[in-house]
Write a protein that binds this ligand. Structure first.
Ligand code: PLP
Length: 403
């Protein structure tokens, strides 16, 4: 790896960089990243950055992980990167069994991203609810502050008017309710109309807001009464991020559907929908599909990732590191810039008394990558496998940046 790294870094990549042909949907800072190792990224000038975004929650095992590289190499060496869903391949079947064995679910559907997983979840919920309640039972209830993706269905359930307005009409039939509002939940969730309620156990893009366990329990109760599916979007907070394999475990609720993506395949695109047998029994051949979903090479990598993330000692370490990070950040509260710190596990929001963007840029200048979530929140999503020394080094930079 090191010879590969030195071959890439110090190359003329920065000078050659020309993004004039890339669609301008992202505003990008200057560094051009060419390599990564552990919790660090290396730019074309050879400068190292500590990454407290882990590729927006994707690189849970860090960069340059040997186990991921090996699984990928085995997949490539087999010559079977892809075979299509017209034919059987073993890794997806094994990965599905692994996810079923470790969760509430009985069945799994594979796709390629978080947005796609939520679209599929909505279709499955409507299929199941509609089988009992007819076409009127199609509504999706989502929470204020939610983010579920950028596709027409997932965007419709995302509480971001600015993201939605230019693209209307979106999927109809979505109602939003405020988090914690029991009366609104009771009014919105009905046996006649509701197909599903969707919630992120910890809202990520919306500012890192954990949803109170009692409210998730209420939504579970109301969906059960209404014969609607309870969907938990664990695209960002799932797979070890909270210190449990699934965030729902800590809330004491059992959902009907869980959606996953980000860290699932170690940086390769993969999403998954986990379902109970009850919901799955309503889904028939031909109801849904996707060309790449559950491809053999990606699934092989995901198996490696899921087994490592699910190991009890790994999750215990995540919880221990989360406490250490939290304690360091709490010391900044009340310093005039930092108002509060919230989150669960290694998913943390630092609420500032001023806009977050200049502080995010200042952290980059000092070699630390962080991101924002909303206007005044700095969001931290360090790799779950981060070394304690890197965690401390990042905290020291943050203490300077947020002073
Ligand atoms: C909770 C949640 N759901 C869905 C998505 C959409 O995932 P993707 O960008 O893979 O479509 C995201 C992405 O940030 C997310 O955080």
């Amino acid at each position: 790896m090191s010879s590969v790294l030195s071959a890439i870094t110090g190359s003329a990549a920065a000078a050659d960089y020309d993004d004039s042909a890339l669609l301008g949907v992202y505003k990008l800072p200057a560094p051009v990243f060419v390599a990564g190792r552990g919790s660090r990224l290396i730019d074309a000038e050879g400068r190292e950055y500590l990454d407290f975004t882990s590729g927006l929650g994707v690189n849970a095992l860090g960069y340059g992980d040997d186990g991921i590289a090996e699984a990928l190499a085995v997949g490539a060496a087999s010559g079977l990167l892809h075979a299509s869903n017209l034919f059987r391949t073993a890794p997806a079947a094994e990965l599905a069994r692994e996810l079923v064995a470790r969760s509430f679910a009985d069945k799994v559907f594979f796709c390629n991203s978080g947005g796609e997983a939520n679209e599929a979840a909505f279709k499955f919920a409507r299929r199941w609810a509609g089988a009992a309640g007819g076409a009127a039972k199609h509504e999706i209830v989502a929470l204020h502050g939610s983010f579920h993706g950028r596709l027409f269905g997932s965007l419709a359930a995302t509480d971001r008017p600015a993201y939605q307005e230019p693209f209307r009409p979106l999927m109809p039939g979505v109602r939003f309710i405020p988090v914690g509002d029991e009366a609104a939940a009771r009014a919105a969730i009905s046996a006649e109309r509701t197909a599903a309620v969707i919630a992120e156990p910890v809202q990520g893009e919306g500012g890192v807001h954990p949803i109170p366990a009692e409210y998730l329990q209420l939504l579970r109760e109301l969906t059960t009464q209404a014969g609607a599916a309870f969907i938990l979007d664990e695209v960002q907070c799932g797979l070890g991020r909270t210190g449990r394999l699934f965030a729902y475990e800590a809330a004491g609720v059992v959902p009907d559907i869980v959606t996953l993506a980000k860290p699932l395949a170690g940086g390769l695109p993969m999403g998954a929908v986990l379902l109970t047998e009850t919901v799955a029994s309503a889904i028939l051949p031909g109801d849904h599909g996707t060309t790449f979903g559950g491809g053999p090479a990606v699934a092989r990598v995901a198996l490696e990732v899921v087994r490592r993330l699910a190991a009890p000692e790994f999750l215990a370490e995540v919880r221990w590191k989360a406490e250490r990070l939290r304690a360091a950040l709490e010391r900044l509260v009340g310093n005039g810039v930092v108002r509060s710190v919230r989150g669960v596990g290694l998913m943390i929001g630092i609420e500032l008394s001023e806009p977050a963007a200049p502080r995010v840029a200042a952290a980059l200048e000092r070699g630390l990558l962080v991101c924002s979530a909303g206007e005044r929140v700095v969001r931290l999503l360090p790799p779950l496998a981060i070394e304690p020394a890197d965690l401390d080094a990042g905290c020291a930079i943050l203490a300077g940046v947020l002073a």
